[in-house]
Design a protein around this ligand. Structure first.
Ligand code: MG
Ligand code: MG
Length: 249
């Protein structure tokens, strides 16, 4: 069931979204060679709790940290650890914060020092595919399938692939609500989008195959071929004035 939010609920989601976006930005500023993924996680938790919110991911399904931090061929759900970031890595940071009964959810991919031109191209294509997904969602009469078709069509044209096994989602009282928001699809198919819907649009884009495998830690998802993956996500509210990126700061 899709929960449509009223103006007051959107206002509360803006608060959760702002804290989420700030925590992600602060961690992004810390990214450099020599920093551990655990240090990034601590920075995120500190900011979220300082704001009176709680990290949405901490304890979610038993997840042991405040943020998912995934490096290079890791796609999503990486567990922060003593791993030291190295020059040339790319790191995906995924953050959620809950306050006032609502969640924000946002992710970005950061280069560690100087990275390869291929990595830059992948990161930029992933962000651009998100923007195209938002544009598709903003169109009159848009459906969920329009978002995925826009994302998948763009990145496939560049020789990349979209992860199919994991998808975007509705977000609000719960971190994951209906509807699913896949990064692939058919135009004109799926639930119709309407004012008051709040969805996490989150392309996960692979350099090579779209196939992924889960590590034995029970969380980390990596590309099956070991090639790079990038991730970009905002919580998006569909309003009468168009899409609003609640986690953008
Ligand atoms: Mg996320
Ligand atoms: Mg999400």
């Amino acid at each position: 069931m899709i929960f449509v939010k009223n103006a007051e609920q959107i206002r509360l989601m803006k608060v959760a979204g702002r804290i989420t976006g700030e925590a992600l930005a602060l961690a992004g500023e810390m990214v450099r060679p020599g920093v551990t993924t655990k240090q990034l996680d601590e920075c995120i938790r500190h900011h979220i709790e300082k704001c009176g919110a709680r990290p949405s991911f901490l304890g979610y399904g038993g997840f042991p940290a405040s943020a998912c931090i995934s490096v290079n061929d890791e796609v999503i759900h990486g567990i922060p650890s003593a791993r030291v970031l190295e020059e040339g890595d790319i790191v995906k940071i995924d953050v959620g914060a809950c306050i006032g009964g609502f969640h924000g959810d946002s992710a970005n991919t950061f280069p560690v020092g100087r990275v390869s031109p291929e990595a830059v191209r992948l990161i930029e294509a992933t962000r651009r595919s998100f923007e195209l997904g938002v544009e598709a969602a903003a169109a009159e009469g848009a459906r969920i399938g329009d978002i995925g078709a826009a994302v998948d069509g763009y990145v496939t044209g560049l020789g990349f692939s979209t992860v199919k096994k994991y998808v975007g989602h509705g977000v609000g009282h719960d971190l994951h609500e209906d509807p699913n928001v896949p990064n692939y699809g058919t135009r004109g198919r799926g639930p119709r989008l309407c004012t008051g819907m709040t969805i996490a649009i989150e392309p996960m884009i692979n350099q090579g195959t779209d196939r992924v495998t889960e590590l034995s830690d029970g969380w980390t998802v990596k590309t099956a071929d070991g090639a790079l993956s990038a991730h970009y996500e905002h919580t998006v509210a569909l309003t009468a004035d168009g899409p609003l990126l609640l986690t953008k700061v």
